[in-house]
Design a protein around this ligand. Structure first.
Ligand code: ADP
Ligand code: PAZ
Ligand code: K
Length: 258
């Protein structure tokens, strides 16, 4: 059985077709589209795919965007597209959010993916899960698989836009990340990058103190590669963490059904 996994963020839709609905399944095809281009999927990239057996997604964009994706898949295949919503507990992870269902589905899925990735490496340990997309999220998970809470901060693009719109003198091209920036472009680019790196460093500190153990830090998201050279903590960069999480959820749900 094949699984089409879909991740709709605030900037891009990412999708991946797997040979099986199991972690570690072979990747048959994958792609990413900016949200303004998603209406073409049924006529272009997706038109060439074999009909998937199942579809599982997570979405944090507007309901209108979600609906447009549903229309695309309905046009091509007679298979229900199920959306993951954060819950109190799933696939071995418990959700410490005040209102568990209000946690972004992408954050929940990434946490589940990271938790199982860590378990596959050895004994359970605390985690810090970093997602660098439109926004940046930095999640804390303890060694029992309980999501303790997380930070949300603006991503690179939103930070720059906010500074541009709130000031008179910050309309400049993108710069380089520098330890001691000596022009406006570099100052802005470095400020954003170190704001994110600093937030991760603090969360690692919080988790280390709270859990009394060194957390594994896992980073993902479209702009993860931009952050990688500038991090102050040790981390693993995992491109498909959301897809890993969706595969874990698919496996656990299938097991529950018996
Ligand atoms: N080739 C690329 N295409 C799209 N976004 C990219 C690319 N390289 C880096 N980015 C950055 O990644 C961010 C989008 O990441 P993504 O994980 O798709 O976000 P989201 O899940 O919020 O839609 C953009 O804000 C941009 O800063
Ligand atoms: C924090 C987010 C905006 C991140 O979105 P992204 O950068 O992945 O597009 C998204 O997970 C979201 O809308 N969350 C709901 C609020 C919450 O998690 O508390
Ligand atoms: K995302």
């Amino acid at each position: 059985m094949t699984l089409l996994a879909i991740d709709i963020g605030n900037t891009r839709l990412k999708w991946a077709l797997f040979e099986d609905a199991q972690p570690g399944a072979a990747l048959l095809a994958h792609g990413a589209e900016f949200l303004e281009n998603i209406d073409k999927l049924a006529d272009t990239t997706w038109a060439g795919l074999p009909a998937p057996t199942a579809m599982l997604g997570c979405a944090v964009a507007t309901d209108a965007i979600k609906r447009r994706v549903e229309e695309q898949v309905e046009e091509l295949w007679d298979v229900p597209l199920r959306w993951v919503v954060a819950s109190a507990q799933e696939a071995g992870v418990t959700n410490g959010y005040d209102h568990p269902t209000r946690l972004g589905a992408d954050r929940w899925v990434a946490i589940i993916g990271a938790w199982h990735r860590a378990l596959a490496q050895g004994p359970a340990r605390p985690l810090v899960v970093v997602m660098v997309g439109t926004a940046v999220t930095v999640e804390a998970v303890d060694a029992s698989g309980c999501f303790l809470g997380g930070l949300i901060l603006p991503g690179h693009g939103i930070m720059l836009k906010a500074l541009e719109s709130g000031t008179a003198g910050l309309h400049v091209p993108t710069g380089e990340v520098r330890l001691f920036p000596t022009n406006t472009s570099d100052a802005l680019t470095s400020g954003g990058t170190y704001a994110i790196a600093g937030a991760v460093e603090r969360m690692v500190q919080h988790v280390r103190q709270h859990c009394g153990a060194e957390p594994l830090c896992v980073m993902t998201g479209g702009a993860g590669w931009k952050m990688a050279p500038h991090m102050s903590v040790h981390f693993e960069l995992v491109e498909g963490l959301i897809f890993d999480g969706l595969l874990e959820i698919a496996r656990h749900r299938a097991a529950q059904l018996g």
